[in-house]
Design a protein around this ligand. Sequence first.
Ligand SMILES: Cc1cc2nc3c(=O)[nH]c(=O)nc-3n(C[C@H](O)[C@H](O)[C@H](O)COP(=O)(O)OP(=O)(O)OC[C@H]3O[C@@H](n4cnc5c(N)ncnc54)[C@H](O)[C@@H]3O)c2cc1C
Length: 493
Amino acid sequence: MGSISLHAAGQPKIAVIGAGPATVYLLYHLHMLALSDVELDIFEASSQVGCGHAFSHETSFPGLLSNLHPDDIPPLLLDFGEWNHTCGDHRNYPLLTVLPRALVGKFLEANFNALIEILWQRNVRVTVHLDNPVTRISESEKGCQLQTGGVWYIGYRAIVNNAGLTNSMSQSPYPLKPACLTGKSHYTIFGSSLTAVDSILTIAHLNGYFTDNSKQVIYSPHREYTIKVLSPSGVFPSLWYPSSHQARIMAFMKSKLPAKFEHFEALYEAVCEPAFAHYCPQVYKQIASMKFKQALAFLTNTSSQCDAKRKLQCELVAYSRAKHDQYWHWHWQEILDAFLSLVETLYANVAYAWHSEFKDFPHSLVAKALGALPLENAYKLWALLESEVLRVERGCFIPPSRSQDSSDTFTIDCRGISPPPLKQRTPRLPPLSEGSLTSHEHLYVGSPHQRSHHAALPGLDVCDRLNRQIASKLVKTFDSNTPHLSLMNIKNV
Ligand SMILES: Cc1cc2nc3c(=O)[nH]c(=O)nc-3n(C[C@H](O)[C@H](O)[C@H](O)COP(=O)(O)OP(=O)(O)OC[C@H]3O[C@@H](n4cnc5c(N)ncnc54)[C@H](O)[C@@H]3O)c2cc1C
């Protein structure tokens, strides 16, 4: 098996696995921190750069929405507003509260290309290897190396694993279109997360159309068919909320941080409850005596007998009334989101002991609470429920295998992924599992889904945060004026 070192000896070499959104943020922070004079090899399994899974062209039939408002995209080289005006697709999506997936993907792709250009100008020699899935990584005295397509690439001083959500981790139904184009009469969807919502809407768009007569959205199917959603919660995620206040809420919480905290619940009491009391007093009154998990179940309506239709109705009514409410600007989801982001930040740096606390962390409730269902999608779901094309049932159901589908039924598994067990502190590397890095000193993990733990829902904000930290470490390591050290030397420093 051949091995190649692509570049001239001398400059430090860094390898990056994956060219998705996490890598766009890595490049951005390397640029902001003025990294220079290194070789950067980026290996990407697909033929697309920038968009990754969530925002790829295939994943997103034009109507599918992200949960991102332009203000929710952490800063990048290009300004979204300016880019969208000149190169984006703004004429097609003038009135949406959130951005279509495809548009976010194009924006990330444009940033990726612009960043590579600008890095080259500073002698960061970036090479992008498309259609090159990395299958193995390892470490030896000569440095780190990785294998792709039977070839070893050698001599890296660091590897950044930004491989994101890999097929072996998810039972992802994406890309949705082929799954939804089966022309069956009955679709059964397991789970009621945002993935389920995407699946429902893709099926609905392919089999009918929505009209908005300014009073309500109405669904007209082209043919008779049904969609049955089966999920433990029996409700859809909460209505989308802007995240514009997150920094302010986090600052408030930080001001309440106790010098020492014993466990997660104590931290919840110390920082999150006061934030609820301060920013959402009406909500606080209802959850004041509850523990974190109870409060979460209460807020997401998953502990009550509230059904999907009723919850949607309550949220849409509350949405239209809230505009006149003094608390309109403060959403309980923002507070939870800020709290969990704070936990996660501290978690990584300070509170390793908390890992044990998270053994039964209610990830599905968090997903339900922070899932952020775009308003436009909520109206469409309402129309589908009204038309009786869509039905939601609560309960614990196990999806049958595809082969068990009857000739008229199609099953889509949208139960999503749970974070791996906490004991797996070291980063997971599927599908790179055969390889082994003997120490993980030179392996950085910047994809939220590749990390062994996340408390909040991982989005572009997490990609930004993790890759800022990695970029800063890389710059410190490679911009120090120390001579080129061998790996063994680095370990002994
Ligand atoms: C269906 C879905 C919808 C989402 N919607 C949103 C949203 O609306 N807003 C939001 O903020 N977040 C959303 N997310 C979260 C989203 O995953 C993150 O925001 C972000 O896109 C993760 O980026 P990433 O680069 O870490 O991973 P990915 O997007 O998974 O990209 C990883 C890249 O690595 C490549 N790759 C994988 N394995 C290898 C390998 N072995 N070798 C080489 N290359 C490899 C892949 O081809 C891909 O291009 C969504 C996630 C999913 C799954």
